[in-house]
Write a protein that binds this ligand. Sequence first.
Ligand SMILES: NC(=O)c1ccc[n+]([C@@H]2O[C@H](COP(=O)([O-])OP(=O)(O)OC[C@H]3O[C@@H](n4cnc5c(N)ncnc54)[C@H](OP(=O)(O)O)[C@@H]3O)[C@@H](O)[C@H]2O)c1
Length: 333
Amino acid sequence: MAELPDEMDAIDPAEAGGPEVLQLVRRPVPKPGAGELLIRVAAAGVNRPDVLQRRGFYPPPPGAPSIPGLEVAGEVVATGEGVQPELFGQPVCALVAGGGYAEYCAAPAGQCLYVPEALSMVEAAAMPETLFTVWTNLFERAFAREGDRVLVHGGTSGIGTMAIALARLFGLELIVTCGSDEKCRQAEALGADHAINYKTQDFVAEVRRLTEGAGVDIVLDMVGGDYLPRNLDCLAEEGRHVSIAVQRGATAELLIPKVMQRRLMLTGSTLRPRPAAFKSLVADELARSVWPFAEQGRLKPIIHATFPLADAAEAHRVMEAGEHVGKIVLTVG
Ligand SMILES: NC(=O)c1ccc[n+]([C@@H]2O[C@H](COP(=O)([O-])OP(=O)(O)OC[C@H]3O[C@@H](n4cnc5c(N)ncnc54)[C@H](OP(=O)(O)O)[C@@H]3O)[C@@H](O)[C@H]2O)c1
């Protein structure tokens, strides 16, 4: 085992608020519990849920650290009981329920993927949250298969850019929505088949036009509210609607007969509170089905910007400004 310090730098705001609450503080280095690894963090991904947590709207689930950060990459510097000691010294990335904005982070071993040479630590840290989310929702909950037509809102978001990458690899036809013409062009340059500017175009009419009236097989929705009935109007018969966020509101009014007549399926999920056993199963599936593409350099996240951990506030300001394309990542050490 490496010689480890007792304390580390971390971001752990005492109260909810604006980006300015994200200040460096000293915290004890976590001890890896049974089945866990301790990672010396090289980079930590920033995700929209971190912003919600900072503002006080998305508290960590029971047992999770108060330190924000849902994904990290770095070197294994200690292993807990029941974890193969051979993992010591290995480069890994991990999905965590919190604790990423820190110099050290404990992660369940089952939620780690090793970092292949084709990925930098920054790239590896930018993948777990969106990869686990898009994979489970698109492929497991909505049964995406080659040839399916899919509509994803927020095409240039962290989630949207991962959806574009997976759609390319797994043969999905992807339509995305974005808030500007420039973002639409960027989404298409990344591999989206079509991008609709939702501020200047009616996305329902555009989806109908692009699919010659047939509609899409799947909608992956991070908008909610009044988008829900419009999303259903985009779906083909037997279409599947997956909710992953409610940025425009948590309630919606639907015409139930439309669901019945077109045999639609409505589902959704939140990743963070799911048990480690579930996340480990997903990691196994990703290691088999998706990670070989990462090893070959065919799956990489889109990195918008990196900031040192001490500048986490600036990273959140950039995310909230909403001009980013892809991921924002904190570098540590
Ligand atoms: N359920 C889960 O397990 C889970 C896991 C991770 C993330 N999420 C959610 O997924 C969403 C994306 O996360 P992220 O980290 O990728 O965030 P992000 O990069 O900040 O992206 C947010 C996106 O929302 C889009 N958006 C906002 N209002 C919209 C509207 N009215 N119509 C279309 N798009 C709209 C923005 O598009 P424009 O900038 O083009 O307007 C932007 O691309 C967040 O809401 C997050 O909470 C859910």
